[in-house]
Design a binder for this molecule. Sequence first.
Ligand SMILES: Nc1ncnc2c1ncn2[C@@H]1O[C@H](COP(=O)(O)OP(=O)(O)OP(=O)(O)O)[C@@H](O)[C@H]1O
Ligand SMILES: [Mg+2]
Length: 262
Amino acid sequence: MPCRKFALQIDIEKITKTYAYAGKPAHVVLKDISFAIAPGDFVIILGESGCGKTTLLNLLAGLEHPTKGCIRADGEIITGIHPSRSMLFQQPALLPWLTVWENVAYGCKIRNDTDKLDYRVNQFLEIMGLTGFADSRPGLLSLGMAQRVCLARALVGHPRILLLDEPFASLDTFTQAHIQEELVNLWLSENFTAVFVTHDIDEAIYLGNKIILLAGEPANITDIFTVEETYPRDRNHPRFKEIRNSILERFKNAYLAKRTLL
Ligand SMILES: Nc1ncnc2c1ncn2[C@@H]1O[C@H](COP(=O)(O)OP(=O)(O)OP(=O)(O)O)[C@@H](O)[C@H]1O
Ligand SMILES: [Mg+2]
């Protein structure tokens, strides 16, 4: 096995992200956002559609750059993508001409990260319950299976931070519950930091130890909730109902504040 490193410390320091459009006023999506992600955290970014969650994740991935401020990973400013940060998108994006096995191995191969790659790919396919589909093409897979292949692909290079953009939103409730449990087990065993974007409050409470509420135009952090219950969690824990109500209350206030400004 390759040498395992500890999960990353991320510091988001007063970042603003503005998109400029030709002939139109610039659009400030995120303004003056600061927070810290401790190594091994499972952080949730929770906010309504269009508030800037994907934008924030893209900044963390290094796919985009802040207009102001900076993001540091273990003290170093993020200037671009890096194999220590892996991303899982909302829709499974697999290469249809490659087998499941080849899809999982693909990123490591192009980075020349091939030490014990056969073993690693087989291991993650087994964890994901996909060993029997190693030679199948992605077209034969259900949506849930395809998303599990993407999860295996995202983890096979042992990233130190996993960025997930509403990865389970299009799955049915049962598959969603299963894959959420698998993700928690992987996070517990693989020692990565997770940053998970969602607009599903129950998913947020089940998965995260820190829930960051993003709201407003431009968006800012309105609250950070800490969920202290140990993992793996019981979805019916009485404390979850309380947290859920507090989050809903905060969103209601943010929504009313926005309407008052309109
Ligand atoms: N590359 C881009 N160029 C210009 N504007 C963009 C770009 N990416 C995002 N935006 C704008 O930034 C705002 C926030 O978009 P973003 O995709 O981050 O929201 P979101 O919270 O992820 O929404 P959803 O929950 O629907 O995925 C939107 O108004 C969007 O139009
Ligand atoms: Mg999005």
